[in-house]
Design a protein around this ligand. Structure first.
Ligand code: 2NM
Length: 223
């Protein structure tokens, strides 16, 4: 709803993906070290896997819509072959956003994300941007929001930092734009990705991501 008001449309894309869409076309050729960031469930069919993020959907959108401008939200389930803890699950949702056009800038990204944070968490929220790395964006950033419990003074939730990390984002890498059919000399784009379970845990003060899959009705009925 928040993103719909900003002109984004929902785009659905498959959970079973090719290595090409999940990695290669997102600027991670075979043996690229950044692939280690996503421990992957492979199928018995070579080159076919469970998507580790919703980003392969961006490839589908771009190839389908090029050369038109894009503003989409891609929600859906993702899978990672990793240890289950209170903060990480092997299946979880991502909500990703993508905007592509001839004049899309980092300022548009910042405004979009600040609007999102304020609409969901309160009108006087502040965000800060830290430099980061993703293979499919350049530059890449991580976005923090001032802590919803202490307002930035420092508490247990924000581990005394005053800030909570809410999402990753960046300007779409020229290689990815080209793989999507867009000329990076003429077009630019921003993308962001967040984990709605994480955001929900912050909103409702939950401390264990495994509860989303524990099928405890007492947990589920509180929403
Ligand atoms: C994130 C963070 C930063 C992202 C980038 C793209 C693409 F394909 F357009 F380049 N899709 N998603 C992206 C960028 C996702 O999630 C943490």
């Amino acid at each position: 709803m928040i993103f719909a008001e900003m002109g984004f449309q929902v785009y659905r894309s498959p959970e079973v993906e090719t290595d090409e869409n999940n990695f290669e076309l997102l600027n991670m050729p075979a043996h690229h070290p950044a692939r280690d960031m996503w421990d992957t469930f492979h199928t018995t069919k070579p080159g076919v896997l469970l998507r580790t993020h919703t980003s392969p959907g961006q490839i589908h959108v771009m190839l389908q819509l090029c050369p038109q401008p894009i503003r989409v939200i891609l929600p859906g389930m993702c899978y990672r072959y990793e240890a289950i803890t209170t903060r990480s699950e092997i299946m979880f949702h991502q909500v990703e956003g993508l905007a592509v056009g001839t004049r899309v800038t980092m300022a548009d990204l910042k405004g979009t994300l600040l609007t999102f944070a304020r609409r969901l968490f309160g009108a006087d929220r502040r965000i800060r941007i830290r430099s980061s790395y993703f293979p499919f964006t350049e530059p890449s950033i991580e976005v923090d929001m001032d802590c919803i419990v202490c307002g930035g003074r420092g508490c247990g939730l924000c581990k005394r930092t005053g800030w909570l990390e809410i999402l990753g984002a960046g300007m779409v890498h020229p290689v990815v734009l080209r793989n999507g059919g867009y000329d990076p000399e003429r077009y630019s784009g921003f993308a962001f990705g967040m984990g709605p379970e994480r955001i929900t845990m912050l909103l409702y003060g939950l401390d264990d991501i495994r509860q989303f899959w524990a099928n405890d009705l007492r947990f589920l009925q509180q929403f």
